[in-house]
Design a protein around this ligand. Structure first.
Ligand SMILES: [Fe+2]
Length: 223
């Protein structure tokens, strides 16, 4: 986190708002030369100007100082766009339905970007009655482990906390699950679409709409 608003942030916000230095200066009651000084790191705006600057850009003072502006439109619209913030110091997991300015242990956290699974982080998803039984093939030592598994539908998010020395598995009711996330404390966040991306082809039967249609067509062609 920046300790104070920087010239680069002011310039970035000014350009984003399609304002000239003069237009911003007039809103704040300073000269355009002053704005130019801030933007070229030759001076800082006085603390009494932080609120007017934030107001000019229609953001909060916190966002202005952190340099992290938040743009959420209708955050509750889709749980699949969820963000996970994880504190690298204590491992705290913060789930958010949209972008947020999140701090833990004095660190401004950025949302983790979920990667597709890789050969060291394989997920096996099996349907057991009305549940997904999810297993991740991975170490569960104190140093390197899967810290949580989460299942998202469009309107629900379920998070299962996992612990070192425990097993890397969880169960989720299938209803509407569209995305499964899991997090490795060292390698970060991974996600799969459980309908399209089942790693274990033998136990995970693919019964997507696409598959059913193909089977139907095959049935008509070949009896
Ligand atoms: Fe890992």
């Amino acid at each position: 986190m920046n300790q104070y608003v920087t010239g680069a942030v002011i310039r970035g916000l000014r350009e984003k708002n399609k304002m000239t230095q003069l237009q911003l200066a007039q809103k704040l009651g300073v000269s355009d030369k002053t704005v130019s000084k801030w933007e070229t790191a030759k001076g800082y705006p006085d603390i009494t100007l932080l609120e007017p600057i934030a107001k000019a850009f229609r953001i909060s003072v916190t966002e202005l100082i952190s340099g992290n502006t938040i743009q959420n439109a209708n955050v509750s619209a889709n749980m699949l766009r969820s963000m996970f913030y994880i504190c690298p110091v204590c491992g705290n997991v913060i789930h958010s339905m949209g972008e947020a300015a999140v701090c833990c242990h004095g660190i401004q956290l950025t949302p983790l970007v979920a990667e597709p699974t890789d050969e060291r982080h394989m997920i096996f998803t099996e349907r057991v009655e009305d549940e997904y039984y999810v297993r991740i093939e991975h170490d569960m030592t104190k140093e390197h482990y899967i810290s949580f598994v989460a299942a998202a539908s469009s309107d629900e998010m379920k998070i299962a906390k996992l612990y070192p020395e425990g097993s890397a598995e969880a169960r989720f009711k299938i209803s509407g699950i569209r995305r499964i996330f899991f997090c490795c404390n060292r390698d970060g966040l991974f996600s799969i679409d459980p309908v399209k991306g089942i790693d274990d082809r033998e136990s995970g039967y693919d019964d997507s709409q696409e598959r059913r249609e193909l089977e139907k067509a095959a049935g008509m062609l070949f009896g």
